[in-house]
Design a binder for this molecule. Structure first.
Ligand SMILES: Cc1cc2nc3c(=O)[nH]c(=O)nc-3n(C[C@H](O)[C@H](O)[C@H](O)COP(=O)(O)O)c2cc1C
Length: 188
């Protein structure tokens, strides 16, 4: 399999974020064909269309950076049954100016993590809804709604549950194939 560079976007700014821990665990469990960088989104000013003609430096840097990746992995909590504002803002910033979206055609995957029982299902699917509009081919299966997050990690951030670790490893194996087959020019 060819090498592919993946942007990891974590939908939480919290220092002890379960989603960030999950992102790190996923990176460790991934096949070698994928390399990863976490792209931070906390410094992006709120999207305002008035600024499109003279955009903040952080927006320009974010857009240029995301463009260079072959795929994107979203790891997100659920806020009020939807996507946290900070993540939606990053998606909006990357999607503009009109016609120049950095997301267009980039293969993606979504994983949601919550201390609650339903694993951020609402956020996961609201995010998928935006990705349909943005023409991001999002991996359909396996889905990953990770609940009970408060009990999933040891003090070093390792996954403590064998079944979650196996599911996460499978998720990343399938994602590697998904990126390979959905990379422009990579389709047979
Ligand atoms: C504003 C807000 C809204 C939340 N809404 C939900 C929710 O709808 N569903 C859910 O499962 N958890 C909800 N939570 C709890 C988060 O899942 C929890 O804070 C989680 O730890 C956030 O992810 P993180 O650990 O990666 O920061 C909410 C938390 C906040 C701060």
């Amino acid at each position: 399999m060819a090498q592919h560079k993946i942007a990891v976007i974590v939908g939480s700014l919290r220092k002890e974020s379960f989603n960030r821990k999950m992102a790190m665990a996923l990176i460790k469990l991934s096949p070698d064909s994928l390399t990863f960088e976490i792209v931070e989104i906390g410094g992006l000013a709120l999207y305002n269309q008035d600024l499109d003609e003279n955009p903040p430096a952080a927006w320009v840097e974010f857009r240029e950076r995301i463009r260079k990746f072959d795929g994107v992995l979203f790891v997100t909590p659920e806020y009020n049954r939807s996507v946290p504002g900070v993540l939606k803002n990053a998606i909006d910033v990357g999607s503009r100016p009109y016609g120049k979206s950095v997301w267009d055609g980039k293969p993606g995957a979504v994983i949601s993590v919550s201390p609650g029982a339903i694993g951020g299902f609402g956020a996961n699917h609201h995010l998928r809804q935006s990705m349909v509009f943005l023409n991001v081919p999002v991996m359909q299966q396996p889905e990953a709604y990770i609940g009970n997050a408060a009990n999933l990690f040891d003090e070093k951030g390792n996954l403590t549950s064998d079944s979650t670790r196996e599911h996460a490893a499978k998720f990343m194996r399938v994602f590697a194939t998904w990126v390979e087959t959905n990379t422009p020019g990579g389709r047979q």
